[in-house]
Design a protein around this ligand. Structure first.
Ligand code: SF4
Length: 744
């Protein structure tokens, strides 16, 4: 086992850009792309990949109506013929033996019995209604996902809130992107990532913050490698990740010293007068106050708090010189922190003050996680009313009621609780029934033992999923079998705001149905089917989404239909009525395919100006001490693993590319201090739980920290129940632990 881990870790580290290129050019070398004659395809269709937010297009090779293989799409402006290992293996999870193929109901003895759809729907409606009758409509809630198409999210959000009377529902996107959404809304007036992927190729300085792009978004790393300007690539991360190893500069700041670091960078730029004064004057508010605030973050203070050397800091500042196009990119290392929103805004402040926004190769750019997290942020009707609107705003409610032809009094007048508040609501007895769709919180939610205990407090738990075997499905009272990616239609929105179409290329097994069909069946069984009479196909719902977007910053009223999206190679929002014809007729021009926001300097606040937002850093919620002396860092393990491994563990190819059991990276000095000298099994303990993991002694982690990948089920026994106060996103990235040689 030890030898296996040892041999696989270098393989994981090597699995980044160059290997992805080899996969594209020589798939046969990796055992991919070979087909027996009986499986030779007779037609193709195209679909956006269903894993990450990069939004690669895959050509699915069909025999009859079944996909038998796939290849990356050379024509698509996102991936340009490339795919990462997950994309290549996207069909494998569909054939897994643990697919849910029938509705399942838990018996009194705890085992599951298969039941018909009719019985399942009756059970769903009867028990949900019973809870609502006894405890009020707001005592039923749902938790959804960034993995289903916009149309399914929209139907779920409308059904649950306008049809079934629920008030509270959130998505697992709370765990990855809530910070970026909140930061953008407050700073620039709307949840609007401003960039286009082409900016990776046109920057002089690319700053990657808390982003292990090589393995988390391998195709975007490839886009960086296509940059012909010899860019400086700076990685700001406590770990020497695969990306940090491949970058030109690595700034290994101390865990959670990022906010002080960025304020210190701002101060340096102000001292040098490397400020775009005209831009700041014309297009922003609050710079003077920010400038006064930032003065306290002296170089000495920043070096002390971050652990960087003066040379490292100086060199970085020089890479932000006014003559350079600088782009800032962040992911979960920022978003999953205790002061994440202010950190993201500190990054936005740097882009604003230097005028690095709205221009080629620039931007304060959050890279999203899941394939449709961006769709969830705009069209899931969870914490925001459709299209980035506000449940509390009467005008917004009236607009939505008119567009959807529903009575206005069916729209809740208050915002939903966020994910953590829904979980807390179970503890306080306010939430009594929970409907979980395509997500696995029993694995992925922080402080897992608490989550498991809360299950006992629920009167009814329904899980709707592709698999009956997830940790969450195993705790359910009712399991509804759902189709997966490749077995249904709809649209995803990728990180650069590009709508793309996913196509059905395989039949769901047994009696599994698309989530869209399940929602429609529930609507009819609940007795509110008439409200959704016109929502009969995903493409019809897409037409409602267009109407909901009209006049909003995310306006896509100019996109006619799915065929137009296919023809154009995906279309970024906005694309208002009238804008599309010129876009389509100019397809040959790259700039039309790759559009960024704010080139006119107008932001989405009513006065058109962006805001400088800042706040003093605060201590981490659980600092290390003598009893728990190490900081636990978490993150993605390899490009072949996706989140809770629900799908990627189903692929034999992907399984070979990463360790199958939990491991921990530990610095040699910490290993020596606790008497560890080899790759033995360690016990890792936090105040909430204990796990065992194989040791990987390495200098990729700094002294005082250990790193455990997020994919293994045990990791969240350790993590802390703490959230950023503004975005309510969990702070997965730092808690206090201790390690010892395991007695097991
Ligand atoms: Fe592209 Fe992401 Fe799919 Fe990989 S997982 S093929 S990077 S969309």
């Amino acid at each position: 086992m030890i030898a296996q881990i040892k041999s696989l870790l270098p393989q994981i580290r090597a699995w980044h850009g160059p290997l992805t290129s080899q996969l594209v050019q020589e798939p046969g070398r990796f055992g991919l792309g070979r087909l027996p004659k009986r499986l030779l395809p007779d037609s193709t269709t195209r679909s956006i990949c269903g894993f990450c937010s990069t939004g690669c297009s895959l050509t699915l090779h069909l025999r009859g109506n079944e996909a038998v293989n796939l290849t990356p799409d050379f024509q698509y402006p996102v991936n340009l013929g490339m795919a990462c290992p997950k994309g290549w293996e996207a069909l494998a999870p569909l054939k897994a033996p643990d697919r849910a193929t029938q509705p399942l109901r838990r018996r009194a003895n705890g085992s599951f019995e298969p039941i018909s759809w009719g019985t399942a729907l009756e059970e769903f409606v009867r028990r949900m209604r019973e809870v609502q009758k006894n405890h009020g409509a707001a005592s039923t809630a749902f938790l959804s996902t960034g993995q289903i198409p916009c149309e399914e999210m929209a139907l779920l959000g409308a059904l649950a809130k306008f049809g079934m009377g629920m008030v509270h529902g959130d998505g697992n996107t709370r765990q990855c992107m809530a910070t970026a959404a909140t930061a953008y809304k407050e700073s620039i007036g709307f949840d609007a990532p401003p960039f286009t992927y082409k900016d990776f190729e046109l920057s002089d300085t690319i700053v990657l913050i808390g982003s292990n792009l090589c393995i988390a978004h391998p195709i975007l790393w490839q886009r960086i490698l296509q940059n012909k300007r010899s860019p400086a690539i700076v990685v700001i991360d406590p770990r020497k990740t695969e990306t940090a190893s491949a970058a030109t500069h690595h700034l290994p700041i101390a865990p959670k010293s990022d906010l002080a670091f960025f304020y210190g960078v701002a101060r340096e730029l102000i001292c040098r007068n490397w400020i775009s004064s005209v831009f700041v004057e014309k297009h922003t508010r609050g710079f003077s106050e920010f400038s006064t605030f930032a003065a306290a973050f002296t170089r000495e203070r920043v070096l002390r708090e971050t652990g960087l050397s003066n040379d490292q800091f100086e060199e970085f500042i020089n890479l932000l010189a006014p003559d350079r196009a600088v782009s800032f990119w962040w992911t979960m290392g920022v978003n999953q922190g205790h002061e994440a929103t202010r950190t993201a805004q500190a990054i936005i402040n740097l882009a604003l003050m230097t005028g690095n926004i709205g221009k080629v190769g620039t931007g304060a750019n959050s890279i999203t996680g899941q394939c449709n997290a961006m769709g969830s942020r705009l069209f899931s009707n969870t914490t925001n009313l459709f299209g980035g609107r506000d449940f509390k705003n009467p005008t917004d409610r009236a607009d939505v009621a008119r567009i959807l032809e529903i009575p206005e009094n069916r729209i809740p007048t208050e915002s939903s609780w966020a994910y953590d508040q829904i979980i807390d609501g179970i503890e306080t007895g306010h939430i009594k029934a929970l409907w979980i769709i395509a997500t696995n919180p029993a694995h992925s939610w922080m402080n897992q033992n608490r989550f498991k205990q809360l299950r006992e407090k629920l009167e009814f738990l329904v899980v709707q999923d592709m698999y009956h075997s997830t940790e969450t499905a195993l705790a359910a009272a009712l399991v509804l079998p759902a189709a997966g990616w490749g077995e249904k239609e709809g649209t995803f929105i990728n990180s650069e705001r590009r709508f793309g179409v996913l196509r059905k290329a395989s039949r769901a097994p047994g009696e599994a149905l698309s989530d869209f069909s399940i929602f429609r069946l529930i609507a009819n069984a609940w007795g509110c089917g008439a409200l959704f009479e016109k929502w009969s196909t995903p493409e019809q719902v897409f037409q409602f989404i267009k109407k909901l977007s009209a006049g909003q910053p995310c306006d896509i009223s100019g996109i006619k239909d799915y065929a137009m999206l296919d023809e154009a190679g995906g279309i970024q929002w906005p694309c208002a009525e009238g804008a599309a014809s010129s876009q389509i007729s100019n397809l040959k021009f790259q700039i039309e395919q790759e559009r960024r926001l704010f080139s006119d300097g107008r932001f989405f606040h009513p006065d058109g100006k962006a805001r400088f937002i800042f706040e003093a850093p605060t201590p981490v919620p659980e600092p290390v001490n003598a009893e728990y002396p190490l900081t636990l860092l978490t993150g993605r393990g390899s490009s072949s693993q996706w989140h809770t491994l629900t799908r990627t563990a189903k692929s034999g190819v992907l399984r070979k590319l990463s360790p199958q059991s939990c491991y921990v990276e530990i610095h040699p000095s910490d290993a020596a201090a606790c008497g560890i000298c080899g790759q033995e099994t360690l016990t890792i303990e936090s105040r909430r739980g204990r796990i065992t993991a194989r040791a990987w002694i390495t200098t990729t982690v700094p002294p005082g920290s250990v790193f455990v990948p997020m994919h293994y089920p045990e990791i969240n026994r350790l993590t802390l129940s703490a959230v950023d106060p503004y975005s309510r996103q969990p702070a997965y990235k730092a808690c206090a632990v201790r390690v010892s040689p395991s007695l097991i």
